[in-house]
Design a protein around this ligand. Structure first.
Ligand code: AMP
Length: 288
């Protein structure tokens, strides 16, 4: 099927209603565009599992704070359409702000308490309510059987999973692994803001996470000790300003007394203009 670019909610819904009434299963990939191979991996996964794939490109004002980069978030619809089509997308929904939020700010929002308030939420207090609200709206437009999110935004994935469970939204949430550049930097649309020196410094995030994993491999289970190892790595790189490093339970995103079971190491840091985030997972089997 050739890619259709659709800009209205009504037309998107009409197309997907038609697909569903033919018994087809819809896979959905929400994005903010300026697509890279990380996005493409989600689209390919959706194309593998479903009959019809809808992706959206919407730079959602609700999830940006006033001082953030809403106005100059990178955009390239032409290149995005090529990558989306190559990756198996059938319908690319590209609504503008007026189409999504006619009449200005929405009065109805969705917020997922607790899990939204720490880590990313501490620095970006309105961010996850903006994400949860737009994702709910897009779910209502697309009516997908499955929706695909990257582990790159691990806390976002946890927020969406919790929202879907709490509100009994009939969609299966699929988390997809992080796609990285060859030097380990997690792919991100915001990497385009890095100058060459900052770009060379940025893979320290992945190296710090790797050092945290190595400490765990050597038996560390104290989250404070693991965080200290990661922090030490980041401090060595003057162009990278650490926001937080964390060693948390992968389900609750809380710091446990002892690391055990499924855990996640997470880092956020300012590297020049962009704030970059990255994370890795590990399973720690109790020894006794
Ligand atoms: P964004 O366009 O940044 O809102 O991202 C859209 C989706 O792509 C989100 O579910 C992200 O987690 C996912 N994503 C972004 N970068 C990557 C990456 N490097 N690897 C895997 N998924 C990613």
């Amino acid at each position: 099927m050739a890619l259709d670019i659709i800009t209205t909610i009504d037309e998107t819904r009409r197309r997907l209603d038609e697909a569903r009434s033919d018994g087809l299963r819809v896979g959905f990939v929400p994005t903010m565009g300026f697509l890279h191979d990380g996005h493409a991996s989600l689209m390919r996964a959706a194309a593998g599992d479903n009959d019809v794939v809808m992706a959206s490109i919407f730079v959602n004002p609700l999830q940006f704070a006033e001082e953030e980069d809403l106005d100059d978030y990178p955009r390239d619809l032409e290149a995005d359409a090529v990558l989306a089509e190559e990756s198996g997308v059938d319908i690319l929904c590209v609504p503008d702000v007026e189409e999504m939020y006619p009449g200005g700010p929405v009065l109805t929002t969705v917020s997922v308490e607790e899990i939204s308030s720490r880590w990313e939420g501490a620095t970006r207090p309105t961010h996850f309510a903006g994400v949860a609200t737009v994702v709910t709206k897009l779910f209502n437009i697309a009516g997908p059987s499955r929706a695909y999110f990257g582990e790159k935004d691990f806390q976002q994935l946890a927020v969406i999973r919790r929202m879907v469970a709490d509100l009994s939204i009939p969609v299966e949430v699929i988390g997809c692994p992080i796609v990285r550049e060859q030097d380990g930097l997690a792919m991100s649309s915001r990497n385009s803001y890095l100058d060459p020196e900052q770009r060379a410094a940025a893979p320290v995030l992945r190296r710090a996470l790797g050092a945290g994993l190595a400490a765990i491999d050597h038996g560390a289970t104290d989250p404070v000790a693991v965080v200290r190892v990661m922090t030490g790595f980041i401090k060595e790189e003057p162009l990278v300003e650490l926001d937080y490093a964390a060693a948390v339970d992968a389900a609750t995103l809380e710091t446990p007394d002892q690391l055990t079971g499924e855990i996640r190491l997470m880092i956020a840091a300012q590297v020049g203009r962009p704030r970059l985030i990255d994370n890795v997972g590990a399973t720690i089997t109790p020894t006794s």
